[in-house]
Design a protein around this ligand. Sequence first.
Ligand code: ADP
Ligand code: MG
Length: 590
Amino acid sequence: IFRRQLPPSPSLPPAPPPLPQTATKDEKIHLLQNTLKDTFRLPSFRFSQLCTLLDTLNSKDCVTLMPTGGGKSLCYQLSSYLNGRILGKSVTFCISPLLSLIMDQVKQMNDIIPNSAVAFCTGVPVTEQTKNWNRIRDVGGGVCLAFITPEKLHKSQKLFKEFTKLSDQNRLARFVIDECHCCCTWGHDFREDYTKLGRLKATFPKVPVLALTATAPKPVLDDVINILKLDKPSVHKSELKRANLRYSIKSKDSDAAGQIHEYICQNHLGQSGIIYTLSRNDADTLSSKLRQLGIAAQSYHSEVSSSEKKGIHEDWMSGKVQVVVATIAFGLGINKSNVRFVIHHSLSKSIFGYYQESGRAGRDGKPADCVIFYAPKDVGRMRCLVDNSVAGEKQLFTMVRYCEERGSSSTCQNLILRGLGEIDKEDMHKNGDFEEGLGTETIDVAKHVKVLIKFLRQTDGLTTGQIATEWRAKEPDPIISEHVDRKELSKSQVEHMCVQLIVKKILGVAVHGNKYKNTMYIIPGEYSQQCLESENLHIECKFEKTKGSSTKKPRAKIRTAPTEPPKPQWQKKIDPNQRKLKESVSNGGK
Ligand code: ADP
Ligand code: MG
């Protein structure tokens, strides 16, 4: 922000005097502050920047966590400038996951310090890359900072040879791993080639590594440190809890588009937001419905061409597009500070994913909303998308538990922090802000569970929907001897009960299907036999209060604009049917 207001500087300001080897900490801070002001034209350091810079300049391995837009780039821009031009002639190599991020960063750095940054990746002509290598090899070449994608790093034998030569001359300043959470399989930004980056530290143990990310809860952080083989790194971390975000869970009915439209009109009229959907098809359908209802919405996913993506992103940044309806493909590199709401059209794959996605709201520190429109049937859809690993299922079920809890905003945040491994159960209660869900009631469903298990044993498994209709409709079966009024629970309550029982492992799941479509079937779970044998069984399930019962208020018809806003040039006509087949075959839904 500050930088943009200044006219571009035609020449570099006078360089600060070089720092003697024996410089004290105060002298180093003084140098850093002067460089920040004179060269980078910024008034003061932000939280974590100064300690990160001191550590990395002292050749210490370092992991720094700062929210998106927090100023992580400055940590390598400034340190590489000092190492490359002021304190010595060494080069910092930065590994970054996306071409677009790299190009932005090269430009930014060269705008501040002319001719100081280069990139080695597809998109840069080979002749230019050769020229850049020559400049790097040349002590007087002026290159401080070079960007590479992880793929390039592993494909090219040449790179490690060049690193060795530089290292022998003492000119390898550091390796920076930007977006380092990409090494961890936990989130959906996982990149195979990031897991091989430990090779850097293994080959060059003395060269410091600076790893940067916006989100790394404890288990992810441990993974990152292990994978990158960092040597007793210092960790600089800002608070994970986001006080300005209000979290909530809403029950989704059959007209999700109408519900979401109503929610936006009532709470965020004209304000900028993101809606995450589970599939590309959902994104296309929902954004087109919202457009019909007068909201300037556009869909964004892996099948949108890169030029369209760029257009949507720009229009969203400028406010021309109010809402981006996206799959998780809308993630890395997104940095808009005034996002007032992040809506989930269905649950995320994991709490970590949800934390990252919802965390794109309210970067400016002002209040913002994170809402999930949740229906139990989405659990089955999502279960079919996550891999069959125990870890994958566990993470999804943590997410399901979060949705089923329907807690207050602070309970939600606590559940998220707990799901991330940041706090334990006791801390949640100690914090004193673990409140009961709003408008929920707890019912002991033990007698229903017993009958349901017996019923399921006579089948090969049923979907949640089938259970809610068939099991409830069945006449009392002589084999199932209990006389339980199965109509006591509503259809929706049965669906919620099923997913809550899955999370408790009283019910289990089996995913069957062909290459076009998978379905989640419910079967008796690990603890089903124990339940049947227990004389004094209590199983509590949480449901939305049914006060006023099923007479639902019809949704008010709200239209934000009388006509659909004009379609931008780059927007293609989308035929939802065209994508359906591919959609169901693809497993990630990105
Ligand atoms: P991220 O942490 O997401 O990588 P960036 O490094 O891209 O964020 O920084 C986001 C913005 O913050 C940039 O415009 C940058 O100029 C600005 N910025 C970084 N550090 C400071 C600072 N100390 N004071 C003011 N603005 C800063
Ligand atoms: Mg960044």
